[in-house]
Every structure is written in C-alpha cells, then in structure tokens.
Ligand binder design. Structure first.
Ligand SMILES: Cc1cc2nc3c(=O)[nH]c(=O)nc-3n(C[C@H](O)[C@H](O)[C@H](O)COP(=O)(O)OP(=O)(O)OC[C@H]3O[C@@H](n4cnc5c(N)ncnc54)[C@H](O)[C@@H]3O)c2cc1C
Ligand code: FES
Length: 362
C-alpha cells in the first residue's frame, strides 16, 4: 500500500470513531441537550450530565447545599414533576414518607440526563451568588469571632431577619451555612458569628486564615427560620453559642420597626468567658420597652463572680416564663438544646405551630 494514504486512512478511522462516540453519547443520554423546566415558568436548555444542583447553580438558581453535594445535609431538596429516575439510597435518610410520595428529591444526587420538570420554593429563585470582601473581624470570645463582609457583586442583599447564607471555602470543596447576624437594614454588608469547631474545615479557615481584605463567595439568602410579622405575639427567644446570630438580626429589625412586642431572650452559656455582646443586649433593652435579655451560666467558674441566672437554659426558661399559649418561640443552637427547649415550651402550652427553630447541626 502506498504510504501516502496512511494518514488519510487514519484520519478517516478517527472521524468514524468520533462519530460513533457522539452517537453513543446521544443514545445513552450523556452530553445531549435537555430542557429543565422550573416551576412551570422558567425553561433552561442544558448540556452535559452534571447534577441537578450544579446545573441549577450554573444557571444562577442557588439551592441551599450546606454539605456541598455530599448527601449529608439534606438541604438541597426539590420536587421532581417529570424525569430524574428513582430515589437513591443516599437520599432516603433525608426524605420523609410524605416527601417520597410527592417525589421530593435531593438535587445533589440527581443527574440531568433527560428533560426534567422541577418545583422549588419561589423564595429560592431570589437567592444569588455574591462576591464579598472581609471588612472587619472581631474576636467575641476565645472561640467565637464576628466577620463582616461587604458585598461587591451584586452589592446588595435583601434578607429576612433570621435567614442564613452559605460561605464557600476557597480551594476546598466546602460550603457551610452561617446565619446572618446583622441588621437587615444594612443591605450592603452581612455579618457572621462563627464559633470554632475543633478540626472543622470551614471554621478553621474562618478563624485561622481569613483576613480583612480577602474576597469570598457567599450564596443566599436561605431558610425558613425568620421573624413572623403577621402577629404581634409575645416572643420567647432561646439561643446558645453562635445561635445568637439570627436572633441578633431579628432584634435589630424589631427595634428599627419600633415594635411593641414583648420579647424575652434567654442566652445559655457555660461560663462567663462564653458570653458575648452582653453590653450590646443591655443597650437594646434600653432602646426597647418590652425587651429583656436573660443570660444564664450552666457552669460558672469560681472567679466569674456571677450574680445572674445559673443552671441549664431549659431550667431557667421553665422557672421564668408563665403561660405561653399566645407566645411564639424562636430557638437557635444544637439539636439537643432545641429539642429540650421545645419540651419546656410545650409544658407552658406553647402550640407546636408557634415554635420556629434553626438547627445548627448537619
Ligand atoms: C442553617 C444553619 C445556620 C448555621 N449558622 C451558624 C452560625 O451562625 N455560626 C456558626 O458558628 N455555625 C453555624 N452553623 C453551623 C455551620 O454551618 C457549620 O456546620 C459549623 O461551622 C462547622 O463547620 P466546619 O466546616 O468547621 O466543621 P466540619 O468540618 O463540618 O466538622 C468537623 C467535625 O465537627 C463536627 N461538628 C460540626 N458542626 C459542629 C458544631 N456546630 N458543634 C460541634 N461539632 C460540630 C462534625 O460532626 C465533624 O465531626 C449553621 C448551620 C446551619 C445548618
Ligand atoms: S447538598 Fe447536602 S444533601 Fe445535597
């Protein structure tokens, strides 16, 4: 055979192989064009077969994903109306029977391999991705710091007091949720109160590496834990540790509204060194006629010289409040603390549907 034809034959073979691969890819559903219909009003044409979570994010729809797609937070739920295949074992622990019956799914576990119709809460369409710059860092205690971010692009956020945002740790595939601790009236900045978790990926980054001037990516706002404004009910707020963050935002908002609601804020800490923003809360008490701040120490140190409330926060609440039939509860902290507080509020007749909580554990 004339050697002149070898490159031409090789080229022909390569073209045939490439064609076959494209055909196979098309038939198997990878890489082709699909339509993703969101809430029956937004149609997105997508290619590739990335996860639904990532595909939505690429198209500026930011679903909460506090574990970054590892099926450990259960935050990324969407409802599938068409397409998406069967529920995977990784999804089952996060879906109630009722959710499974409605075909609610974890968007991080679904690949977009066919046309799909999905339903997500309307509020999520308002979440955005922000470039933000650290403008202040303040040590609140030995393990808790406040970080203030100025929003660069977009430069404004509209959030309900109590909601949270997500922080992406640069260089690591790590996303974590942090409640917005600042006054919603300041739409150009957000503050987080971050408590260091030993060996924790995001908190170690925030405490040991993040500096004023650094840029970071945030997404949000998210969450159903926010101030209910349709009533004027008495409010019982209970928090521990960094759980102070969303309640602080709620308090600033209510103060600015000139609210007359009766509010008692129980804050549980072990010892005096775990307390922070006490002066700020005392100042709010002066600005708010009906606001009372009750810090309580469960394990005061001998030299704390503490003359305030002592004991578990649940016991302090139990002996302080009266009948709560007409009150609302706003609870924030670890699941153990929240469950114990719910029990106490129930014994004081607070109806289940008037209790709102944010569980900080994943
Ligand atoms: C809606 C929401 C709002 C939140 N708001 C805040 C906030 O305002 N401030 C704040 O500091 N945190 C908040 N968190 C918790 C936060 O998202 C992270 O889970 C936490 O900061 C730990 O992240 P990490 O990457 O440092 O730890 P990881 O690397 O995720 O965890 C390291 C180890 O610590 C354990 N661990 C994780 N979290 C905790 C914890 N809180 N206490 C004890 N052990 C833990 C893990 O099981 C793991 O073994 C919030 C969580 C949610 C879901
Ligand atoms: S992003 Fe955490 S479970 Fe899907």
């Amino acid at each position: 055979m004339n050697l002149v034809y070898v490159p031409i034959i090789l080229l022909g073979v390569l073209i045939i192989i490439a064609g076959l691969l494209i055909l196979a890819d098309h038939l198997l559903g990878g890489g082709g064009e699909r339509t993703l219909t969101v809430n029956d009003k937004k149609e997105i044409v997508v290619r590739g077969d990335d996860t639904l979570l990532n595909t939505l994010s690429d198209n500026k729809i930011f679903i909460p994903s506090a574990c970054g797609g590892k099926a450990t937070c259960g935050f990324c739920k969407v409802r599938l109306l068409e397409g998406g295949g069967d529920i995977k074992p990784t999804e089952e622990p996060f879906l109630s029977k009722e959710e499974q019956a409605r075909n609610v799914r974890l968007s991080c576990q679904i690949k977009v391999r066919e046309n799909m119709r999905i339903e997500i809460p309307e509020g999520l369409l308002e979440a955005s991705e922000y470039r933000a710059k650290v403008v202040a860092v303040e040590e609140l205690t030995y393990d808790t710091r406040l970080v203030r971010f100025k929003l660069i692009e977009p430069n404004e956020i509209d959030f309900k007091p109590g909601q949270y945002a997500q922080l992406k740790v640069p260089g690591l595939d790590v996303i974590r949720a942090y409640s917005i601790a600042s006054n919603p009236a300041n739409t150009h900045e957000v503050e987080f109160i971050v408590r260091l978790v030993p060996k924790g990926l995001a908190t170690t980054f925030v405490h040991k590496a993040l500096l004023v001037g650094d840029e970071i990516i945030l997404t949000g706002p998210y969450g159903d834990f926010y101030l209910r404004e349709e009533t004027n009910r008495e409010m019982i707020c209970i928090a521990g540790g960094s759980g102070k963050a969303p309640i602080r935002s709620i308090l600033y908002y209510l103060r600015d509204q000139g609210s007359k609601r009766k509010i008692t804020y129980f804050f549980g800490a072990r010892a005096k060194r775990d307390l922070y923003y006490t002066d700020e809360m005392r100042a709010l008490e002066k600005e708010f006629d009906n606001f009372t701040y009750v810090p309580a120490l469960s394990d005061p140190e001998p030299d704390d010289a503490w003359d305030g409330e002592t004991g578990l926060i649940t016991d302090v609440v139990d002996r302080t409040v009266g009948d709560l039939t007409e009150a609302e509860g706003y609870l924030c902290g670890s699941p153990g603390m929240i469950n114990a507080c719910i029990k106490v509020l129930k014994t004081h007749n607070m109806p289940d549907e008037q209790v709102y909580f944010d569980n900080f554990d994943l």
